[in-house]
Write a protein that binds this ligand. Structure first.
Ligand code: ARG
Length: 410
C-alpha cells in the first residue's frame, strides 16, 4: 500500500523547505510541494520545483496563477474598493483563496487528504488557509508544522544544516514579508515597536516620495468596474496592476503604516506598499461616485466595508461573501469610462472623469446659464423633508427641555 500523502504550500524559503522533511519524519507521510506564483517575484518556479524535490518532496506542483489572481481575486477587491479598516487593500488576504484553490486541486490530483502550510499559530493566514481549504474540501485535514509540529526557526536552521539542504540558512532578514502583484506586507523586527518609523530598507515596490520625479498623468479606462486600458492601450487586469505598480511606485504612492486588528484578537503593526492597488481603488471609487445612483452608492459603502472584513477574516468562500459579490457585481453595470489621475509625490489624485454612463448632469449642476434645475421646487421639498424634526422640536418647546442628549446647555 502506498503511503498517505500531504500537500504542502511551498514558498522555496527555509521554513517550508525544512517542513518537507520534518513533516515526513513526524507524520510518516509523503510530501508533495505546491508552489503558486501570484506575482511575488523572486525565483523562477522551475528553480523552486527542483529545490522541493532536492529537499525530499516526492512530487512538486507549480502553477503560474498571476493572471487568475489578478482577474478573479484582485478585481473583485477593486470592485469592492476593499480596504480593511478603511486602509489596507488586503494584499495577503486576497492571495490565500487562490493559493488554497491550487492546494486543493493538487491534493485531489495526488490523492492527498492533508494540506499543510507554513503559517504560525498567531496570525490571520493560518485561519485563511484552513478555513478556505475546508470550505472547498470539507473532507481535508489541515496541518501547520510550525504550530502543530514545533518547527521553530532554530529547529529549522539546525535541521537544514544537519541534512545539508540546498537552502540559505545564514541570511538573516529582520522582517517577515509577504508579497504579490497586489502589494507587499512587511512586519516584525524593529517595526514591532510602534513608535519606530520604517526605515528605507523596508520598501522595495515604492521609491521615496520625498524626492519624486516629475508628475505622471495617467488615464485609466474602466468597463463594468474593471480596468481595460491605460492611456488608451488595452490591457488585462494583471497588466494594469503591473503598469501602475511601476508608475505609481516610482512616485512613492501606496505606502501604508498601520496598526491593525487581527482576527485572533491581537493588534499588530504592518507596513504595506501597494502602489497599483491604491491607484486603481482611488480611480474606481471616483468613477463609482460619478456613475452609481446615490442610495445604491450609500448602501454599497456598507457592503464594501463588510466585504473587506469577511475577506480579511478568511471568509472568501463563505455564503455571505458570495451574496455580497452578487450585490457588488450588480452595481458595476454602469461603472464605465475614463479617470485621469496625477501621480506625484506619494499621492494619486483624480483630476478628470468622463463616462457615457455618467449620472452627472452638467445642466442640473451648473450655476451658469443653461441651468435646468428648478430651484422653486426646493422650497416644498425642504418643508416636507424637515417636517418630522420640526414637529419634535415644537413638542420639546411645549413640554420643557425635552430629552437630555448630554450636551449641556447649548
Ligand atoms: N497583516 C496582513 C494580513 O493579515 C499581512 C500579513 C502578511 N504577512 C507578513 N509576513 N507580512 O493580511
Amino acid at each position: 500500500m502506498s503511503k498517505d500523502k500531504v500537500v504542502l504550500a511551498y514558498s522555496g524559503g527555509l521554513d517550508t523547505s525544512v517542513a518537507i522533511g520534518w513533516i515526513g519524519e513526524q507524520t510518516g507521510k509523503d510530501v508533495i510541494a505546491v508552489a503558486v506564483d501570484v506575482g511575488q517575484g523572486g525565483e523562477d518556479l522551475e528553480v523552486i520545483r527542483q529545490r522541493a524535490l532536492d529537499c525530499g518532496a516526492v512530487d512538486a506542483y507549480v502553477a503560474d496563477a498571476k493572471e487568475e489572481f489578478a482577474a478573479e481575486y484582485c478585481m473583485p477587491g477593486l470592485k469592492a474598493n476593499a480596504r480593511y479598516m478603511g486602509v489596507y487593500p488586503l494584499v495577503s488576504a486576497l492571495s490565500r483563496p487562490v493559493i488554497t484553490k491550487h492546494l486543493v486541486r493538487a491534493a485531489r490530483q495526488f490523492g492527498a487528504t492533508t494540506v499543510a502550510h507554513g503559517c504560525t499559530g498567531k496570525g490571520n493566514d493560518q485561519v485563511r488557509f484552513e478555513v478556505s481549504i475546508t470550505s472547498q474540501a470539507p473532507d481535508m485535514t489541515c496541518l501547520s508544522p510550525v504550530r502543530d509540529l514545533a518547527l521553530t526557526r532554530d529547529v529549522a536552521i539546525e535541521y537544514a544544516t544537519k541534512h545539508d539542504l540546498p537552502i540559505e540558512t545564514t541570511k538573516h532578514n529582520p522582517f517577515s514579508i509577504d508579497q504579490n502583484v497586489w502589494g507587499r506586507a512587511i512586519e516584525t523586527g524593529y517595526l514591532e515597536d510602534i513608535w519606530n518609523a520604517p526605515t528605507k530598507d523596508v520598501y522595495t515596490y515604492t521609491d521615496d516620495p520625498t524626492y519624486p520625479p516629475l508628475p505622471d498623468e495617467v488615464i485609466i479606462t474602466f468597463a463594468k468596474g474593471i480596468p481595460v486600458a491605460i492611456d488608451g492601450r488595452e490591457c488585462t487586469p494583471l497588466q494594469a496592476i503591473q503598469e501602475l505598480n511601476r508608475r505609481a511606485g516610482a512616485q512613492g504612492i501606496g505606502r501604508i503604516d498601520m496598526v491593525e486588528d487581527r482576527l485572533v484578537g491581537i493588534k499588530s503593526r504592518e507596513v504595506y506598499e501597494c502602489p497599483g492597488a491604491v491607484t486603481l481603488i482611488e480611480a474606481h471609487a471616483e468613477l463609482e461616485r460619478v456613475t452609481i445612483e446615490r442610495e445604491q452608492a450609500r448602501f454599497k459603502r456598507i457592503v464594501d466595508n463588510r466585504w473587506a472584513e469577511l475577506v480579511y477574516d478568511g471568509q472568501w468562500y463563505s455564503p455571505l461573501k458570495k451574496s455580497l459579490d452578487a450585490f457588488i457585481d450588480s452595481t458595476q453595470e454602469y461603472v464605465n469610462g475614463d479617470v485621469r489621475l496625477r501621480l506625484h509625490a506619494g499621492r494619486a489624485v483624480v483630476e478628470g472623469r468622463r463616462s457615457a454612463t455618467s449620472l452627472y448632469d452638467f445642466a442640473l449642476a451648473t450655476y451658469d446659464t443653461g441651468d435646468t434645475f428648478d430651484q422653486s421646487s426646493s422650497r416644498g421639498f425642504i418643508d416636507i423633508y424637515g417636517l418630522p424634526t420640526k414637529l419634535a422640536a415644537a413638542r420639546d418647546a411645549e413640554h420643557g427641555a425635552g430629552v437630555d442628549y448630554g450636551v449641556g446647555n447649548l
